[in-house]
Design a protein around this ligand. Structure first.
Ligand code: SAM
Length: 253
């Protein structure tokens, strides 16, 4: 059965503050973008779907590579922000479980920081439907690297791993392979760091879906605790990240 409704948490978490989201969230590192570009064949004229496009962070790269981009995004607030930044890119309201596109319409589908929100098996079938045989799927996530104790402590104060709506760092190759619709998936992980002031870091925490979905009082109290923890760090500070990419080709049906 197809799930047409956006999950309640996604609706609350992405239903407001789209402009802050766009300013505060990290960029995808160049090396991971270059990998997606090569692995998915994201060159001029490639018909590419940016699925769960949000404010257009990934679409901007696809446009810069001269791809023929279509974006799909369910949240009205996110779509409004997307259109402001990328007025010429076709943008459709829709979900991963019911993609508003014809069979075989795309050479590649990219899902940036969003696959965990989907009903995985349903979405993988829908994505395979809109990909041409041999077309490629790429998933990408920026995740905070908690291997350093200071980074782990900051995440703990913010309740990050406890509250994220999925198993952070999960190996999504298993999900892709289990669908039986794609050739064996590949994973690549890039380690990098982002330099942020305390204000920027606090703003970034405020855009996490579980924080954005909190009642105002609870959210403010959490951000006060984050600020107090940040006071123990240099300003600006280096925030370590791991970026995971998963790529796979659709098998011929
Ligand atoms: C963390 S944002 C990522 C946005 C963008 N791809 C980026 O890289 O910044 C997650 C996005 O997934 C969208 N989303 C949540 N559930 C979805 C679903 N079932 N189908 C499609 N998009 C969904 C949200 O509305 C939100 O815009």
């Amino acid at each position: 059965m197809r799930r047409m409704e956006l999950s309640e948490l996604a609706r609350k978490g992405f239903g407001s503050g789209a402009d802050t989201y766009h300013r505060a969230r990290p960029e995808y590192p160049r090396v991971a973008l270059d990998h997606l570009h090569a692995a998915l064949g994201l060159g001029p004229g490639a018909r590419v779907l940016d699925l769960a496009a949000g404010t257009g962070r990934m679409s901007r790269h696809l446009v810069a590579w001269d791809c023929d981009v279509t974006a799909v995004e369910p949240s009205d607030a996110m779509r409004a922000e997307f259109t402001e930044g990328l007025p010429g890119v076709p943008l459709l309201a829709g979900t991963a479980e019911e993609i508003p596109a014809d069979d075989g319409a795309f050479d590649a589908v990219v899902v940036a920081q969003a696959f965990h929100w989907f009903d995985g098996p349903v979405a993988l079938r829908e994505i395979a439907r809109v990909l041409r045989p041999g077309g490629a799927l790429g998933l990408i996530w920026n995740e905070r690297d908690e291997s350093l104790p200071e980074a782990a402590r900051l995440s703990e104060v913010a309740g990050w791993t406890r509250n994220m709506p999925y198993d952070v760092g999960r190996d999504f190759r298993a999900d892709l392979d289990a669908s039986g619709l794609y050739a064996p998936a590949e994973r690549r992980t890039t380690s990098w760091s982002d330099t942020l002031t305390h204000d920027q870091m606090t703003l970034r925490f405020s855009t996490l879906s579980y924080v954005n979905a909190m009642p105002a009082e609870e959210r403010d109290a959490l951000l006060v605790r984050v600020r107090a923890e940040l006071a123990r760090h240099p300003d600006p500070l280096d925030v370590p990240y791991l970026t995971d990419t998963f790529t796979a080709r659709r098998l011929p049906s």
